[in-house]
Design a protein around this ligand. Structure first.
Ligand code: MN
Length: 225
């Protein structure tokens, strides 16, 4: 029931452009903790990169989202709800961008783990073999998606709505959930993700991500969700 009321308030605010005054407003969104220390991904991603990427960029998306929601008088029960709603309204593009970037970064931190990378095990390996024939072919196609994406964005491993495994590049803040796809893992292709450590060598960064950082357990967990 509470969810229905929240939906109603959210929609009312979209269509009537009236500020929503709720007796029980949703609390501001907060920056989720990093799942490891800022230096835990060295030497592949430096503590300096994570200091800025997590502490400044990700924090910035969270702060801007809270500011926009307050300014527009919008409330929501979850980040996913903000993303779904704002993705359907061109007037809420900035809300969408900041909410999606918050979600994307949280998902990206969990897509990596110290000592990760290399060929996976478990159900995700079986799917990769079924879809790409072998791991090297998967790696080749994932790296191509990362290097060919023009400008800023993300490369995702997803299950589409036919339960097929796909490598999907997205632009800017775009993300699988609004395309009826289930995200399994992601690599941030925005320059701020790698520039301090790899400068213009995006290909090297994506290869290091696959060889040394990917958290395949996270992908396996997401498969089961
Ligand atoms: Mn980023």
């Amino acid at each position: 029931m509470k969810k229905i009321i929240t939906y109603f308030l959210f929609f009312s605010s979209l269509f009537l452009s009236l500020p929503v005054s709720a007796a029980d407003p949703s609390p501001p969104f907060t920056l989720p903790p990093l799942p490891y220390a800022e230096n835990a991904l060295e030497p592949y991603i430096s503590a300096r990169t994570l200091f800025y990427h997590y502490g400044k960029h990700h924090q910035g998306y969270v702060d801007t989202l809270n500011k926009l929601l307050k300014e527009k008088g919008l409330i929501a029960s979850s980040l996913e709800q903000v993303i779904e709603m704002s993705s359907k309204s061109p007037a809420l593009k900035t809300v969408f961008n900041n909410a999606a970037q918050d979600w994307n970064h949280t998902f990206y931190w969990s897509s990596m783990i110290p000592g990760g990378g290399g060929q996976p095990t478990g159900p995700i390996l079986n799917l990769i073999l079924k879809t790409f024939g072998n791991y090297d072919e998967f790696k080749k196609q994932f790296m191509e998606a990362g290097t060919k994406l023009f400008g800023s964005g993300w490369v995702w491993l997803v299950l589409d709505n036919h339960n097929e495994l796909k490598i999907v590049p997205t632009k800017d803040a775009d993300l699988p959930m609004i395309h009826d796809q289930k995200a399994l893992l992601t690599c941030d292709i925005w320059e701020h993700a790698y520039y301090l450590d790899y400068q213009n060598r995006r290909k090297d960064y994506v290869e290091v991500f696959l060889d040394h950082l990917v958290n395949w357990d996270f992908a396996n967990q997401n498969l089961l969700k």
